[in-house]
Design a protein around this ligand. Structure first.
Ligand SMILES: Cc1cc2nc3c(=O)[nH]c(=O)nc-3n(C[C@H](O)[C@H](O)[C@H](O)COP(=O)(O)OP(=O)(O)OC[C@H]3O[C@@H](n4cnc5c(N)ncnc54)[C@H](O)[C@@H]3O)c2cc1C
Length: 447
């Protein structure tokens, strides 16, 4: 490849913070807010125009249950519950109790404003439209990061950095060991569609299976749901762009265009083979919904075995009950594995129910995620949280949902504060203290 020399130059340091969070989904925002509520001076960098990540930019409006798999014991609270309560006051959330596939339908446009308010109230300094571009390293520490925005190249100095970019951009630039799953879960361009009564009952998946080829749509699995307060407007997660790595600029560009093409193809299919009805495109995502790219190696890798057997960790900082949910890159279908040993495989429009393990008298009803999954083996002032988590494909299939990652964000924010407060590397903070401080700040932490 031909190269060009970029001359070195002095870059203004526009902020000096205690904690700098890169990436502003709920994972990043919750990290920032938890650190700020403990008294840290926090900066958050987000490349788009709003906070919320896949939930807002990608239109994905479902949060899963805060209870265990039997819906008896509450296992998640913290900022997730706080945000739900705030949204409820604006009629921007609907609760669907006892559902393994959706507990809350959110109006994620309202979520954007709620996250703005959380950031403002907590006195976190936001940088929107600001792309994290590169780290500045001194020995085993990151000293600053370079961001790019309308004002040019700027530096943010901080004492602890939290990588919440989804793709683990900071960790990748630091040369930390990373890996890809053998089959990366494919991205999806969601879409909000408006239609009338007749299309409500349309068999979208059956139609894709039978007629999709005519519109360049692969036989596949998808879902759709309503948006609170918006009658006749539905959020469709029906497309998949297969065999792409969205951490690669060229493949990401292709995926955005291909995802939007598939949305139009879906509408064309409904117009041709569905009942005659009004059908309008309300909105497309500001960024394609990315399920998976690279994972960063951490002090500990969470495995499917840990997860489905409910392994207890002394440094557990998050709990979950959402099923293992793998959108297949190869066989174009989906597999769900449950803590009670059952499994569902949906392929070619048919659901096959079986067991992934023998029946036992007792099954775990929730799983645990340890702090060590967020701690890289190198760099004493860097943590990461989000879908780049160190997890094998089965464990990742479950922990990747937002109610789980939200808790990891909160853990990273509290851990960053404790590292500062105790003047210790992030890997050496007391995890007992971490769990105590998290619980004091509203998180559910079990003995
Ligand atoms: C189509 C789809 C449907 C899904 N359905 C559900 C569901 O129903 N419920 C559920 O809970 N989960 C669902 N998931 C999974 C879940 O949404 C994701 O795993 C989760 O949102 C990932 O969170 P994250 O914080 O790691 O990353 P993201 O949400 O991707 O957030 C990363 C943030 O960092 C920003 N960023 C990235 N790079 C940079 C940079 N260099 N500089 C500055 N900012 C940067 C991005 O703009 C973004 O705001 C779905 C995922 C997809 C794609």
């Amino acid at each position: 490849m031909k190269t060009i020399y970029e001359p070195g130059k002095h870059i203004p340091i526009v902020d000096e913070a205690d904690v700098c969070v890169l990436g502003g989904s709920c994972t990043g925002v919750f990290a920032a807010v938890r650190a700020a509520r403990l008294g840290a001076k926090v900066v958050i960098i987000e490349k788009q125009n709003c906070f919320g990540g896949v939930a807002t930019l990608g239109l994905v409006n479902i949060w899963h249950s805060l209870y265990d798999a039997e819906f008896k014991k509450q296992i998640i609270s913290g900022l997730t519950e706080e945000v739900v309560e705030r949204l409820e006051k604006r009629s921007a959330v609907r609760k669907n109790s006892n559902s393994p596939s959706s507990a809350f339908n959110l109006n994620t446009e309202e979520l954007k404003i709620e996250l703005d308010q959380l950031i403002t109230e907590s006195k976190v300094k936001p940088y929107l439209h600001s792309f994290y571009a590169a780290p500045v390293v001194e020995g085993d520490r990151v000293k600053a990061v370079i961001i790019e925005n309308k004002s040019g190249r700027q530096a943010i100095a901080a004492k602890v950095f939290i990588d919440a970019t989804g793709d683990g951009d900071l960790c990748y630039h630091l040369g930390l060991e990373h890996f890809y799953a053998e089959a990366i879960q494919p991205p999806t361009s969601c879409a909000k569609l408006y239609y009338g009564e007749k299309l409500h009952g349309f068999g979208w998946q059956k139609a894709i299976a039978e007629k999709g080829e005519e519109f360049g749509l692969a036989e596949d699995w998808g879902w759709r749901t309503f948006v609170p307060g918006m009658p006749n407007t539905f959020m469709h997660a029906e497309t998949h762009v297969f065999n792409v790595d969205c951490a690669d600029a060229a493949q990401l560009t292709y995926s955005e265009i291909e995802g939007r093409r598939q949305v139009r193809a879906l509408m064309d299919l409904a117009r041709k083979y569905g009942p005659e009805d009004v059908l309008a495109l309300v909105s497309l995502p500001a960024a394609i919904g990315i399920r998976e790219t690279r994972h960063i190696k951490a002090e500990y890798q969470l495995t499917e075995r840990d997860l489905l057997s409910g392994t207890k960790f002394h440094d557990a900082v998050a709990y979950g009950s959402y099923r293992v949910d793998i959108h297949h890159a190869d066989c174009k279908g989906i597999t769900f594995k449950y803590l009670d040993g059952t499994q569902e495989v949906i392929r070619h429009g048919k659901k096959a129910v079986s067991r992934w393990r023998e029946e036992t008298a007792d099954s775990p009803t929730y799983y645990q995620i340890p702090y060590r999954c967020l701690v890289p083996p190198k760099f004493e002032n860097v943590l990461f949280c989000g879908r780049m988590i160190d997890a094998d494909p089965g464990a990742f299939g479950a922990v990747r949902v937002m109610v789980n990652l939200n808790q990891l964000g909160e853990a990273a924010g509290v851990a960053a504060f404790l590292a500062l407060d105790s003047a210790l590397p992030v890997a050496e903070i007391s995890t007992q203290k971490l769990r105590e401080v998290m619980a004091k700040g509203g998180s559910i932490i079990f003995d």
